[in-house]
Design a protein around this ligand. Structure first.
Ligand code: PGA
Length: 249
């Protein structure tokens, strides 16, 4: 699939602003055809942005910011995976802001992954440690937590997933993890996924990615892409991030 760049717009932008940004970011995708770009737009704008982009270019798609753990029914305010399916190729799962503000917990995450895989949507499963801990002990803790999130999933469900390593202390703080730290964590999680589940699965990095730290991150050969929050609201910065990740390592 080439490397993946996810733009997480979070709960920002009016419809007119969202359409303008989607057009600009479609150009960034078009300029970097070897890259896969997906825009996690607010759920309320999925239908409009999907119509606005008319499926071009081919390496661009939409991503849901989250879906319900349930298939359908009396769940006020929720959106089912099958309801977003006509518009999206990917969906975020377990983003730290969902865990923090909506108390989404381990079991919810596995159920959301199941709903997405059943609907034919690729889950982008976010995980990461709470505090910066450069000691050798940080890596085991992230895989223990991730193991809890993935509990009960089948081999096929797991093999449909993409992961996003997002240390909580780096999200929205302007303090990204440095490239060495990211490389160490990503290599550790990849090795753990391969030993525990016998799967070689893609991992992205997220947390204060900007056009400034992106070329350093792009050099990490184990890294399959990035999840960009704040900087994805700026078309120029986002285009630079895409360009850096398009270059072969
Ligand atoms: P940030 O957000 O790039 O603004 O740190 C990342 C994320 O929410 O995944």
């Amino acid at each position: 699939m080439g490397r993946l760049v996810v733009a997480n717009w979070k709960m920002n932008l009016s419809l007119a602003e969202a359409e303008a940004l989607a057009s600009a970011e479609a150009k960034a995708a078009e300029a970097n055809p070897g890259l896969t770009v997906t825009l996690a737009v607010p759920t309320i704008w999925l239908l409009s942005i999907h119509a606005h982009l008319r499926f071009t270019p081919k390496n661009l798609s939409l991503c849901a910011q989250g879906v319900s753990e349930f298939p359908e029914g009396a769940y006020t305010g929720d959106t089912a995976a099958t309801q977003v399916k006509p518009f999206v190729s990917y969906a975020l799962v377990g983003h730290s802001e969902r865990r923090r503000f909506h108390h989404e917990a381990k079991l919810t995450i596995a159920h959301q992954i199941k709903q997405l895989v059943n609907a034919g949507i690729t889950p982008v499963v976010c995980f990461g440690e709470m505090r910066q801990a450069m000691q050798a002990t940080f890596a085991p803790q992230i895989t223990i937590d991730l193991g809890h999130d993935l509990h009960g999933l089948t081999k096929d469900e797991l093999s449909a997933c993409i992961f996003a390593y997002e240390p909580l202390w780096a999200i929205g703080t302007h303090h990204p993890a440095d490239a060495k730290y990211v490389q160490k964590a990503v290599a550790h999680v990849k090795a753990w996924l391969s030993t525990t589940y016998k799967q070689d699965l893609p991992i992205l990095y997220g947390g204060s990615v900007t056009e400034k730290n992106t070329s350093e991150l792009a050099q990490i050969k184990e890294l399959d892409g990035v999840l960009v929050g704040g900087a994805s609201l700026n078309a120029k910065q986002f285009a630079e991030i895409c360009r850096a990740f398009h270059e072969p390592v």
